[in-house]
Structures are given as structure tokens and as C-alpha cells.
Design a protein around this ligand. Structure first.
Ligand code: DGP
Length: 228
């Protein structure tokens, strides 16, 4: 009978990169993906919303303005889009693969709450995320909405307006406080290389420490203060 050695039984890291539109998330996810590959480590890149699935296609129609949706209904579609992927993410992590996630539950809650619909509070928006896997590492690419607006390609989709992005930025910070979650805030107003170096330094430290990769899974919990 074969017993797994300690290296084989180690699970991968779940790494989430969050930020405003045009904060450089996708470039950083790609850089981190290449970094793991260069280290000879297995890695998967997941982007939410995943527009290829049935829920993702409905979300895409909404974001590109082809379809209208009730705020609550589209919110739950975004959440379902994450829930439908979580078992495959979990099994990849258990197989030792590292998983990099481009947007996750944090975007889920703040983009919906930023609509300022009095019937859709931040805590209402957070609730469907409870129970999803908690990231081992969470990065927030911090950039002002003014700088984000000056970057190319801004303005094509539903949420890409400066005042919306500015609310989103405040809500991200409030959400992180209310979750008491460890978040690495990275100044994303710099070059891609500078940002990548900061992210890789944290990841290298975590890999060297090894503990996160052997830990049990944790899940996302309730907001500590559920007043709003
Ligand atoms: P992206 O493909 O990363 O550019 O995201 C598309 C847009 O959708 C972007 O403006 C952020 C927004 N978004 C991403 N995830 C969610 C979510 O779960 N809920 C809501 N309401 N918006 C989201």
C-alpha cells in the first residue's frame, strides 16, 4: 500500500487578487501564474465572473447592457457563478495545485452594494458568499478611481464610471475592516513590474513558511458588524 509523502499531501494555495476595474488585476494574475510555472509548481488561473458558463452568459449580457436584471437577481447570479466553480477549485487545491483567482466574493459584495439600492445593503450582499473557501492570500490592488479612469479601455461596461468606482473603493476598505481578514494592500498606481515584485515577495514568504499550504480549509464567515 502506498502512503503519500508529506510533499504530495500538501495542498495548494488559494490566492485572490481584488481591485477596481483597470487596477491591473489580470496582468498581475498572469505574472503570478508565470511565477509559479517558473518555480515548477502546478497552478490554475480562475477569473470571476466566468462568462463561459450558463450563469456567466447571463452576467455577460447584463454587463454589456444587452439585458436588464433586477439588482438582487443579478447579484445572486454572480454568487452562483462562484459557487458552481468551488468544488473544482477545492479538488485542484487538494491535488496540490495553486489557484489564482481574479476577483472573488469581495467584488461580489461591493459592486452590488455600490449601486446604492436601499434594499441591497453590504451585509445582504455578503450573505450568499458565506461558506465559500477563504483565500490563503488576499491582495487588494489599490488605485484611485481618477487614475483608473485614465487607463485605457475604461468605460465600455456597466460599472465603469468614475463615481461608481470611487464608491466601490470605499466599500472594499469597509468590507475588509468588517471581515477582519488579512489583506495585502498593494499600491497599484506603479508599474506592472513594481507591483508584481511586491506580490511575489508575499507569495515567496508564504511558500517558504509552508504552513498555509498544509492548513485545513477555512471558509468565509459573517460580517462582524451587521448593522448595514
Ligand atoms: P471583470 O471581468 O473583472 O472586468 O468584471 C466585470 C465587471 O463586473 C466589473 O465591473 C466588476 C463587476 N463584478 C465582478 N464580480 C462581480 C460580482 O460578483 N457582483 C457584481 N455586482 N459585480 C461584479
Amino acid at each position: 500500500m502506498a502512503f503519500p509523502d508529506s510533499a504530495a499531501s500538501k495542498r495548494g494555495l488559494l490566492i485572490v487578487i481584488e481591485g477596481l476595474d483597470r487596477s491591473g488585476k489580470s496582468s498581475q494574475c498572469q505574472r503570478l501564474f508565470d511565477f509559479f510555472r517558473l518555480q515548477g509548481q502546478r497552478v490554475r488561473y480562475v477569473k470571476f465572473p466566468d462568462r463561459s458558463t450558463p450563469t456567466g452568459k447571463m452576467i455577460d449580457s447584463y454587463l454589456t447592457g444587452k439585458a436588464q436584471q433586477d439588482d438582487h437577481s443579478v447579484h445572486l447570479l454572480f454568487s452562483a457563478n462562484r459557487w458552481e466553480a468551488i468544488s473544482s477549485i477545492k479538488s485542484d487545491l487538494l491535488s496540490g495545485m495553486n489557484v489564482i483567482v481574479d476577483r472573488y466574493s469581495f467584488s461580489g459584495a461591493v459592486y452590488s452594494a455600490a449601486k446604492d439600492n436601499p434594499e441591497l445593503s453590504l451585509s445582504w450582499a455578503w450573505n450568499p458568499e458565506i461558506g465559500l473557501l477563504k483565500p490563503d492570500l488576499l491582495f487588494f490592488l489599490d488605485i484611485s478611481s481618477e487614475v483608473a479612469a485614465k487607463r485605457g479601455g475604461y468605460g465600455a461596461e456597466r460599472y465603469e464610471r468614475e463615481e461608481m468606482q470611487s464608491r466601490v473603493r470605499e466599500l472594499f476598505k469597509g468590507l475588509f475592516d468588517r471581515l477582519k481578514i488579512v489583506v495585502y494592500q498593494v499600491d497599484a498606481g506603479r508599474t506592472i513590474n513594481q507591483v508584481a515584485v511586491d506580490i511575489q515577495a508575499v507569495v515567496k514568504g508564504t511558500l517558504a513558511n509552508q504552513q498555509a499550504s498544509t492548513a485545513e480549509f477555512e471558509t468565509l464567515g459573517h460580517l462582524l458588524d451587521t448593522a448595514t
